[in-house]
Design a protein. Sequence first.
Lengths: 214, 192
Amino acid sequence: MKQNVSREEFLKGIWRDNPVFAQVLGMCPMLAVTNSAINAVAMGMATFFVLVGSSFLVSTFRHVIPKQVRISCFIIIIATFVTIADYTLLALVPGVHKELGAFIPLIVANCLILGRQEAFASRYPTKLAVMDAMGMASGFLLALFSLGAVREILGDGALFGFKLFGENFEPWVIMILPPGGFLTLGVILLFFNWFKTKKDEFLEDVAAAQRSEG
Amino acid sequence: MDNLLWIFVSALLVNNFVLTYFLGLCPFLGVSNSLETSARLGLATTFVMLVTAVCAWLLNTYVLVHAPYLRLISFIVVIASTVQFIEMLIKKLSPALFRAMGIFLPLITTNCAILGLAIFATNRGYGFWEGIIYALGAGIGFTLALVLLAGLREEAELSDVPALLKGTAMNLIIAGILSLAFMGFAGLFSTT
C-alpha cells in the first residue's frame, strides 16, 4: 500500500497533473530556453535538482518554519539551491551555462517550484514530498524536452546538434525565435486538450456500456 | 543621452520583456482577461521595477562587490521586502487603491520579470540612470504587452471559437502572433 501511494505521487506529475500541460505553471523558463533540445534538457535537470532539493528541506523542516513567514523561508531555501545549480553548471558545462544565461538564476521565480512547496512539501512527510517533487520535475523535464525537440527539428533541422535532414532542408527559422515558442506550446496544449476530451468521451462510453449490460 | 534613449526603446519594444524574453508570463496569461485590471497590474509592476532597479544598483555598488555569490539571494529578499513595504504603504496612504489592487500586489513578488530586470541590469553593468531608464522601459513594455493581449482576449470572448481552442491554447497562439508583430521592431536601431 505504502509503495503504491508514493508511486502514485510520482506518476501523477508526469502525465495527469503535468505541471506544464495540465497546470500551465513555470511558463517563463519553459518558453525561453527551449530553442534547442540540449538547452531544454539542461534547464530541466537544473529545475529537477532545485525542486527535489528544496522539497526535501522544506518537508523536513515543515514543523519548524513559522506559518507567517513561510513564503520567505521557501524562497530563501530555493534561492540557495539555485545558486548551487548555477555555479555547478558554470563549472561543468560552461557553454550551456552561457546560453542559458540569466535564466538559471530565474529558476527562483519559477512558480512551479514555489507552488509545490506551498501545496505539497509543507504538508506531507519527507518521503512523499520527494516523490512528488521528482514526479513534477520529471513531468517538467518531459515537457521542456518535447517543446525543445520540436522547435529544434523544425527551426534548425537537427536534434541535439545532429543534422536530421539532407542539404536541401530549408530551416523554419521562426520556430527557434520567440514567436515559435508561443505557437508550438499553443499547438501542444491543443493536442493535450484534444486527447483529454477524447479520453473522457471514451470513459463515458465504457461506463454507459457497462450500465446497459448491468 | 542617445544611449539612454536607446536603452528605453530597446527595453520597451525591440527586446520587450514579455514577448521576446518570455519574462512575466504568469501574470501575462493569468490576469489578462480584462483591460482595466491588466493596466493596473502593469502600473504596479512598473513601480516595483523602478524601486528594484534602485535597490539592485545600491546592492551591486556597495555590498555585492565583496560577495558575488550572494547576488541571487539578496535580490530576491530585496524584491520580496519591497513588495511587502509598498503593500503596507499603499494600505496606509490610500485604502481605496489598495482594495482595487487586491491580490495582484503580493503576486508581483513571484513575477520573474522583476528578478530578470535586476539580473539583466547587473549583467550589462548599467549605472544608476541607465538602470532607472531600463526599468521604466521594461515596465511600460510589460504593461503594453499585457494591455494588448487583454484587448485581444476581450474581443475573442465575443467571437465564435471552437471549444477545444478556448483557454490557454488560444492565448498562447495570440501571444505568438503578437510576438511576431513585435519582431518587426528588431530593425529599428540597426545602425547602433
